[in-house]
Ligand binder design. Structure first.
Ligand code: CAA
Length: 248
């Protein structure tokens, strides 16, 4: 089943998994808008490089950890004439440390960016989706939201919260043509994972049954399916893709 062209918003869509999702949705025929952090001077060159490869992305700045910043971003997107049919809440950060060493600032930054952002960014787009009777929301969680991870009390708590948010919202909009799902990637070959100390990272890779990191494009293909018309019966689900590292 081919889906009609929709407009998708991918937070944190210029890097890592977000960029792969943006490209996959563009390749599926959708208009794609990405967000980036305020003042990111790499966005212009990145957009031009993508355009040279055939990918046209509009870009808006937002601090997803800040409620007002997210509302302002939504106002600008709507004022520019876009209606968001597909929302991918992807933007996220890590601040890894054992709880004994973790400070309050790094707890707050991860909870605000990875969990509060679900509320901040979804809030302005949910009513228009309900009014149009069609919408797709995909929230990016993590394997570590389900299994926990040494050094990630903040990240694991936030990512577990993402799925609670997904399930509750899925119930609220199930009769409105809007689906809400969680995708929980395992360890991918992205900057975020490459930032983990080499010896620690190697041990993690050794524990992945398929014996390798995932590619962001593998997760992106799953997201492209979830936002299609073919996936209308899937809502409130948590879709895992992690090379067998954690089986649900
Ligand atoms: N289980 C049990 N004990 C462990 C352990 C584990 N998994 N890992 C380390 N330890 C032990 C160590 O053996 C060591 O013990 P001793 O003090 O007795 O020797 C002690 O805990 C301290 O370990 P570290 O040297 O690792 O501690 P550190 O303070 O230097 O580093 C850390 C802590 C930065 C959190 C580091 O452990 C780390 O980077 N961990 C990986 C975190 C991770 O997986 N992050 C994922 C980022 S990517 C992502 O999040 C994307 C996604 O969704 C998957």
């Amino acid at each position: 089943m081919t889906s009609p062209q929709r407009t998708a918003l991918v937070t944190g869509g210029s890097r890592g998994l977000g960029a792969a999702i943006a490209r996959a949705l563009h390749a599926a025929g959708h208009r794609v808008i990405i967000t980036h952090t305020p003042g990111n001077i790499k966005i212009g060159p990145w957009q031009r490089a993508q355009a040279a490869q055939g990918y046209t992305f509009a870009a808006y700045e937002v601090d997803v950890s800040d409620y007002e910043s997210a509302q302002e971003m939504a106002r600008r997107i709507q004022a520019d004439g876009h209606q968001i049919d597909i929302l991918v809440n992807n933007a996220g950060i890590t601040r890894d440390a054992t709880l004994r060493k973790l400070d309050k600032a790094d707890w707050d930054a991860v909870l605000r960016t990875n969990l509060d952002s679900m509320f901040h960014v979804t809030k302005p787009f949910i009513d228009p989706m309900i009014e149009r009777g069609w919408g797709r929301i995909v929230n990016i969680s993590s394997i570590n939201g389900s299994k926990g991870q040494f050094g990630q009390t903040n990240y694991s708590a936030a990512k577990a919260g993402v799925h609670g948010f997904t399930k509750a919202l899925a119930l609220e909009v199930a009769r409105k043509g809007v689906t809400v799902n969680t995708v929980s990637p395992g360890y991918l070959a992205t900057e975020m994972v490459m930032a983990v100390r080499e010896d620690v990272r190697q041990k993690i890779i050794d524990a992945i049954p398929v014996g390798r990191l995932g590619q962001p494009e593998e997760i992106a293909a799953l997201v492209a399916f979830i936002v299609s018309d073919a996936a209308a019966f899937m809502t409130g689900s948590n879709l895992a893709m992690n090379g067998g590292q954690h089986m649900y």
